[in-house]
Design a protein around this ligand. Structure first.
Ligand SMILES: [Zn+2]
Length: 167
């Protein structure tokens, strides 16, 4: 009986959903000089495997102290700034999602939010993400960015259409 219970617990542990792209820890020893932005971009391509496109290649990505945030982007200019200590694939993924979100029409943005609310009722990975990150999912832009950052191409299929160039 105990063995059966134990086996059941192990099975539950192995089957429980996990965040596919967990948050990387900050590297406080990193400086503007020590971080090569190309390594960060390569790491994002290797990890998230977005399709190669002119659109993605045309985004300017810079390691910079211009903004106090881990990552920041000027969406219309397609310009991303990453602090050296947070210059990693996950931070970049979040900011790239912001650039992509910007090109969606207002109708698409509304449709994304509606589809997200619906998916949240059934998708276990999305529910897990929401349980951990609801504080940073405070508006539609951030919801869109956090979903791509943490779920990557494991995000709910019905949301794929709102991630052009990324999925
Ligand atoms: Zn953001």
């Amino acid at each position: 009986m105990m063995i059966k219970l134990l086996m059941e617990l192990i099975r539950m542990f192995l089957n429980r959903p996990r965040i596919p792209y967990p948050e990387e820890s900050a590297d406080f020893s990193a400086t503007l000089e020590s971080v090569d932005v190309h390594d960060v971009i390569d790491s994002w391509y290797d990890t998230y495997k977005p399709p190669i496109s002119y659109f993605l290649a045309s985004i300017v990505i810079e390691v910079s102290l211009k903004y106090p945030y881990a990552g920041c982007c000027e969406q219309a200019e397609k310009h991303i700034y990453l602090r050296p200590e947070y210059a990693n694939a996950g931070t970049l993924a979040h900011e790239v999602a912001h650039v992509v979100y910007y090109i969606l029409t207002d109708e698409q943005k509304q449709a994304f939010f509606d589809a997200y609310k619906l998916a949240l009722e059934t998708d276990s990975l999305l529910q897990l993400l929401y349980s951990k990150k609801n504080q940073s999912m405070y508006n539609t832009t951030e919801i869109h960015g956090e979903i791509y950052r943490y779920l990557g191409n494991k995000l709910p299929k019905e949301l794929y259409i709102f991630y052009p160039y990324l999925i």
